[in-house]
Design a protein around this ligand. Structure first.
Ligand code: SD4
Length: 293
């Protein structure tokens, strides 16, 4: 089956539906991917992305996001930004430049402000309560661990002509150090897409994902002719083995990928990693990744 969109976690299902609808009407895969990611960013219920995201150790929500156009290889990202409503939109704008494509902290926020992007408080009351419960009473989500059942949103899209794009967005690890940057906005680690080969993206413990440049590794395998599912499984498995050979117990890591023809794959070292896939024919499904361990 050929798909037009693959996205991390079940939480992305409404975004994928919205993105697919837009692709049918408008035909622009970049816009479709951005709208799909924004749908997740705007939903307060998801405590790992955008509004509703859990804060860092100072109680501030700091977001990472990136965008890549698989046709041109244009890529941009924002890192550790506060008060930006839809960081993926800013990442998309930055991807249009030849220089200054990845901006961090205040410089990124200043760019967003002066270019008319919406600036607002991103700490939702639900996230503030979880923060206070954890700090004061040690209850709830474990700090500095990936989330259970949802996490970073990563979406890879492909139109029926084969143009591909990828968007990612996250609030990163709960109670992270201010300024901490995960894999998500780091090209080749959290995401990579090339319409001539395919795209891949990762979710989980960013520090461990970055050590394997996992997304680029998966796309490289597809470029060399490996099929999308075994590229996901073998890249993840080899990387975990590399970490273990240095006595490093790997944190949770899950990957999704789509090849240049719209075939999809996914792998995880979690017991369960649900992901979403959509097609321009209106089909939208939640599927389970292959566990490599
Ligand atoms: C990161 N891979 O920042 C992302 C995801 C995350 O809790 O941390 N989610 O490491």
């Amino acid at each position: 089956m050929r798909w037009n969109m693959i996205a991390t976690w079940k939480m992305s299902i409404d975004g994928v539906r919205e993105g697919m609808e837009l692709l049918r009407k408008d035909g622009d895969i970049c816009k479709a991917v951005i709208e799909a990611v924004k749908n997740v960013e705007d939903n307060e219920a998801y405590s790992s992305v955008g509004y509703g995201g859990l804060p860092n150790e100072d109680g501030a929500v700091e977001l990472d996001a990136a965008f890549m156009d698989g046709e041109t290889l244009d890529a941009g990202g924002v890192m550790a930004v506060r008060n930006i409503k839809n960081p993926v939109e800013v990442a998309h704008r930055l991807s249009k430049y030849r220089r200054n494509c990845f901006l961090a902290g205040e410089g990124a926020v200043e760019f967003a402000r002066s270019n008319g992007f919406t600036i607002c408080e991103m700490l939702a009351s639900s996230a503030k309560i979880k923060y206070e419960n954890t700090i004061l009473r040690g209850k709830g989500q474990n700090p500095l661990e990936a989330y259970k059942e949802h996490d970073t949103v990563c979406i890879i899209g492909r139109d029926d002509m084969g143009r591909m794009a990828c968007g990612v967005s996250t609030s990163g690890l709960f109670l992270k150090h201010p300024g901490r940057v995960g894999d998500s906005p780091v090209i080749g680690s959290g995401f990579y897409v090339d319409s001539l080969s395919g795209g891949a993206a990762a979710t989980g413990v960013g520090e461990d994902i970055m050590k394997g440049c996992l997304s680029y590794e998966i796309v490289g395998r597809m470029r060399r002719g490996q099929d999308v599912q075994s590229a996901c499984q073998e890249a993840l498995d080899d990387h975990i083995r590399q970490l273990e050979s240095r006595n490093h117990k790997a944190g949770s890591m899950s990957v999704i990928a789509m090849d240049k023809n719209g075939n999809i794959g996914a792998a995880t070292n979690l017991k369960i990693f649900p992901f979403t896939a959509g097609s321009s024919s209106g089909k939208c499904e939640v599927l389970a990744a292959v566990n490599t361990r």
